[in-house]
Write a protein of this length. Sequence first.
Length: 227
Amino acid sequence: MRDFIPSKIDKYEIQKKLGSGHFSTVYLARDTTLDAIKAIKVIDVKDPESIMRKLDEAQLSYRCQHKHIVKINTAIPIRNIESLSKIILDMEYIEKGSIEDYMKDNFVSVIEAVKYMREVLFGLEFAHCNGVLHHDIKPGNIMLGRTGAKLADFGLATLIEKDTKEFEYGYYPHYAPERLLQKKVSIETDIYALGLTFFRILCNLKKSDWENFKKHKEYSNKIKDNV
């Protein structure tokens, strides 16, 4: 059964689905008020009373306006889409998609990989300087725009001032050792995740290859633990 795709959400005419996560879906859409193509992220809000807390992603993304971070234009709380509360994040549309998508059919050279990482590091440094931790750095969250690589998806981002507290969410395969063992997050854990991302791009590990690599490492560790 195909996923249901609405024809219109608020002022946006939906053209196609770009991707989805646990609590949100991203669409390619036309903003009918500006006659402009946008990427919109529609976030589900189960509890209408918590709708303002769900705006954290928009607020932290807007705090990090940089040419190597995907730009967010606005956030719109909506209370009546299919009788549910949702939030629409209006973002710039990156035609080339993510580097994870790019690697499905293309080989990334060492020079390209270094260039992409250099650009994303500029964006990540800017986010850190503005007090924001990303928590979810991976090839699928690095977009290839006209001005170079851009860091995307601040859905799990938090303020650095919370780095001494436990933080349970993120992309588990990119966790730093201290995050696995002590459940602590910091600027260093973001950098570690970017380092693993660089490794995957440098080795041209497609998503399917990475899944197999993870299974192999997990199996090896189980054997080692039982020796």
